[in-house]
Write a protein that binds this ligand. Structure first.
Ligand code: MG
Length: 396
């Protein structure tokens, strides 16, 4: 059932029982711009549900469980991996989508696919691979996520990739340089890269996934950071967003002073909830102000999904704190520095001896791109095993 385009009509209830009706601003699977290779519709699933199922069954998706988010996979069993991060993004994204009457299935598909192009060893791996590819077109994980779903997955008889719908692919390609956009545009005129040339927005569902990504990692990196002992609650109390909910939780439950882990969870839970409600309220207002009525009008209206100015400032402060105190912590940068060396050495080894890669990759005419694809697809531990096999040395 379609409601009016004004999202403010929809009730938000703190309990989370929200209207399941779609706004006219939602992407409608019946109106999809379709797949690159025509396929008959599925009897029981819409286009986005089918996309999500293809993503969940892909090889790249299963590999996410052994890929680093911030902490290397072998450092502990409870830290987030790319897989649990992606699940948290999907959960947050769906909650917000449901409240706004946006398409939950599309949000889920984009969220589950958004990090498929990440290399092993997190951002360190991507930076090292980008350096290795400087003379050969570079390496960018968003572009790689699209490459995974468009080309690298091999599951279907008639085409490479997963043949996902336009709207899911649009959401997967969340950033793209002008040069890369022009390159993609030549291969697919008017396709998913077009908006980076025209400077328009992706669907509201895609915009939402970007924000859900940031909400998820800001929260889970606090949890993982404290668990690792690299950052402390005392340090976090210097961050307004954290301190506010910490104080609130302690005020309502003084006994939590004796239970630091529960206090941390309660603080994070409150932080997450308020960010979610802030996005819902701010987006409703932005949509009403813009006066847009359809998904296509929303794409032309500038960014509409976002935080209020106050929440934006508070989350920026938290992000800055995490950068300085966690992502650049000497213990993290020491490990990621060694992981970078491993990627560089692996790259050099495969370029010198392509036959050391699996046959499909070794046979590819564009050797450097093929090596980048091969390494990007690796899990942390496979990359470490391969590095040891080819160089005789252990990096970690
Ligand atoms: Mg992410």
């Amino acid at each position: 059932m379609l409601l009016s385009g004004d999202l403010s009509d929809l009730p938000v209830q703190a309990s989370g029982t929200l209207s399941a009706s779609l706004s006219t601003l939602a992407c409608d699977p019946a109106q999809t711009r379709g797949r690159r290779f025509a396929e008959p519709a599925a009897p029981t699933r819409n286009a986005y549900q089918r996309d999500r199922d293809r993503i969940v069954h892909s090889t790249a998706f299963r590999r996410l469980v052994y890929k680093t988010q911030v902490f290397l996979n072998h450092e502990g069993d409870l830290f987030r991996t790319r897989l649990t991060h992606s699940l948290e993004v999907a959960q947050l994204g769906r909650s917000i989508a449901r409240a706004l009457g946006l398409n939950e299935d599309l949000v889920e598909a984009v969220a589950l696919a958004h990090d498929l192009g990440h290399t092993p060893f997190g951002h360190a791996g991507q930076d090292a691979l980008d350096e290795c590819m400087t003379e050969h077109g570079g390496f960018e994980h968003n572009l790689q996520s699209l490459r995974v779903v468009d080309k690298l997955e091999e599951r279907y008889p008639a085409f490479d990739g997963l043949n996902l719908s336009f709207e899911t692919r649009e959401g997967v390609l969340k950033h793209c340089s002008r040069a890369n956009a022009e390159h993609l545009e030549r291969a697919e005129p008017g396709g998913v890269a077009r908006r980076f040339i025209d400077r328009t927005q992706p669907s509201l569902e895609a915009q939402l996934c970007n924000l859900a990504d940031a909400i998820a990692y800001n929260a889970h990196d606090i949890d993982d950071g404290v668990r690792s002992g690299l950052i402390s609650t005392e340090q976090l109390l210097g961050v307004e967003l954290f301190a506010h909910y910490h104080q609130q939780a302690l005020g309502e439950h003084p006994a939590l002073a004796q239970k630091p882990r529960r206090l941390l969870y309660e603080t994070i839970r409150r932080m997450l909830s308020d960010q979610v409600y802030d996005v819902i309220d701010t987006t409703r207002e932005a949509v009403a102000r813009a006066g847009v009525q359809t998904a296509d009008e929303a794409r032309l209206a500038g960014p509409l999904v976002g935080f209020s100015p106050q929440m934006k400032a508070r989350t920026a402060e938290l992000k800055k704190f995490l950068f300085a105190q966690l992502y650049r912590h000497p213990q993290v940068t020491d490990t990621t520095g060694r992981a970078k060396d491993a990627v560089r050495e692996l790259f050099a080894a495969y370029v010198a001896q392509p036959a050391e890669m699996s046959a499909d990759f070794a046979a590819n005419a564009d050797l450097h791109r093929s090596v980048a694809d091969y390494i990007a697809g690796m899990t942390d531990r496979f990359a470490l095993r391969e590095h040891e096999r080819l160089t005789g040395r252990k990096v970690l």
